[in-house]
Design a protein around this ligand. Structure first.
Ligand SMILES: [Zn+2]
Length: 284
């Protein structure tokens, strides 16, 4: 599940590795992935890669002065740089960019769903594209002051949902939100509108240090190509039934159809164990 730290390390490593490399061919074997027709993909050919950057959970690959690829990895995509082109058996690639030095940049996707997408845009149209224009403030490196964060989250919705809402704050998803709320000692179900000044300060600190710590971890441990399976340094998410790394209480989970909230009842919910929806469904 690539979120801000995973996309950030991808952008950083590729930016360095691709600097100035010329694109020889561009293909989109995953017919569903490319969401634009104009400009045509072939217009990338001959252009040098100018920069690779991140905005929220999106990757932006700039080519020459005029073109930009906007890429969303969704839940199972990777943008990977290889020394050689993919063979004919390659089934996971959605986009291929061949470089003049023989390397190949591939947008690959694992699992059965095709959800990762790419748009090829004119550079001047990038900022106005709905995917970027609708994003909230960047979660990292600076989510704003505690007071700004409080205003941002001032809604009658649970923090867990607000922090994952890319229109509110950009970059946080289902994995890192659990880590952030645990670090801030806040209940996932606390309403944003009820956030007090001291809590907002803790939340700000938790966002900056949790995401920053993950980026730093990847900087030390990850090299190109970004591995198919990138182990995430998570302490709480997917660790339900294990002891809380801070207080030793057993971490609990609430299961939803497509995600799980993990939390420490002692650190976050004043000892209360939140209703497990999966369990209540089974017992019905
Ligand atoms: Zn705890």
């Amino acid at each position: 599940m690539p979120e801000l730290p995973e996309v950030e390390i991808t952008a950083r490593l590729l930016d360095r590795a691709l600097d100035g490399a010329r694109i020889e061919y561009a293909r989109a074997p995953g017919i569903n992935a490319l969401k634009t027709f104009e400009p045509p993909l072939a217009s990338l050919e001959g252009e040098p890669v100018a920069a690779v950057a991140r905005r929220g959970k999106h990757l932006i690959v700039r080519a020459g002065a005029e073109l930009a690829l906007l890429i969303h990895l969704m839940s199972a995509g990777r943008l990977q740089l290889y020394d050689k082109p993919a063979g004919p058996r390659d089934r996971s690639s959605r986009l291929l960019l061949g470089l003049d030095d023989g390397r190949e940049l591939r947008l690959r996707e694992f699992g059965s769903k095709q959800a990762a997408w790419v748009k090829l845009l004119r550079a001047h149209a990038l900022a106005e594209d709905h995917a970027l224009a609708s994003l909230g403030a960047e979660a990292w490196p600076d989510p704003g002051s505690a007071q700004q964060l409080r205003e941002l989250l001032d809604a009658p919705r649970p923090l867990h949902s607000l922090l994952r809402d890319q229109h509110v704050i950009a970059g946080i998803g289902r994995s890192w939100v659990d880590e952030i709320l645990w670090r801030a000692r806040l209940s996932p179900y606390k309403r944003g509108a009820d956030l007090e000044a001291g809590e907002a300060e803790r939340l700000r600190e938790a966002i900056v240090h949790t995401l920053g710590g993950a980026v730093e971890h990847y900087r030390r441990t990850v090299a190109l190509p970004i591995p198919d399976k990138l182990p995430m340094p998570l302490l709480v998410h997917r660790h339900q039934d294990e002891p809380c790394p801070r207080c030793g209480a057993t971490l609990q989970a609430v299961h939803f159809e497509d995600y799980v909230i993990a939390y420490c009842p002692a650190c976050q919910t004043e000892g209360r164990v939140l209703k497990d929806r999966r369990l209540s469904r089974l017992l019905r």
